[in-house]
Write a protein that binds this ligand. Sequence first.
Ligand code: 13P
Length: 258
Amino acid sequence: MRKPIIAGNWKLYKTSKEAIELVTLLKRDLCDVDTVDIVVCPVFTALSDVSDTLTESNIRVGAQNLYWEDAGAFTGEVSAPLLKELGVEYVIIGHSERRQFFGETNETVNKKMKAALRHQLIPIVCVGEVLKEREENKTFDVIRTQCEESLKGLSSEEMEGLIVAYEPVWAIGTGKTATPAQAQEVHHFIRQLLTKMFDEEVALKVRIQYGGSVKPENIAELMAEPDIDGALVGGASLKSESFAAIVINSCSKVQTRK
Ligand code: 13P
């Protein structure tokens, strides 16, 4: 059985002080949760403080990006060894905002995936179609290309630990969530694709998160779908009440499956 995983992508929000305040509340409110993996992904400058605050808690820390070289003349970049030094365990790679605003491509995503895995960071690799692509019935083609190119050259062993986040771009920050059926259709497609690219054993182990306007009110119905293993949450991860409620409401999946 795949353990559900809920991750908060804080994007470019929260100073270190605000970040410490938020995780202090989450630590208190979520200390009893052990059936769902919980991750928060603050901005780089808050990683150290957040990681210190969460020491010995059940909440793990993720970064929102990394560079594929370990060190060198790469002004402004941050590498996997530097993240590891701060206690970071996860890293979001290829978020649609990075693809849209910072020139991220499937090729750079692939290099970053390999760098993360080389240093035992768990990648959360994001895929998703824009509205025009969905309207033109190109969703599956887009997802197939993103998965094939981003995951190129990875071993079955490397695949088993990683997380794929399906984030339809039209649902991000818009309040417009994909219906559970729309999300399930793509999640199922991704799992079938992973079976073809690797094998069934790998495909059954990879956790696939949904992302795009996830809220406490819609998480349970999304999680009820067989191929949805968690969520990558943006806006609603910035407040302790809503993020804690999403984590707690996602636990119903675990109960139903027992
Ligand atoms: P929202 O939850 O704000 O729609 O953002 C989703 C997202 O981009 C998570 O990575």
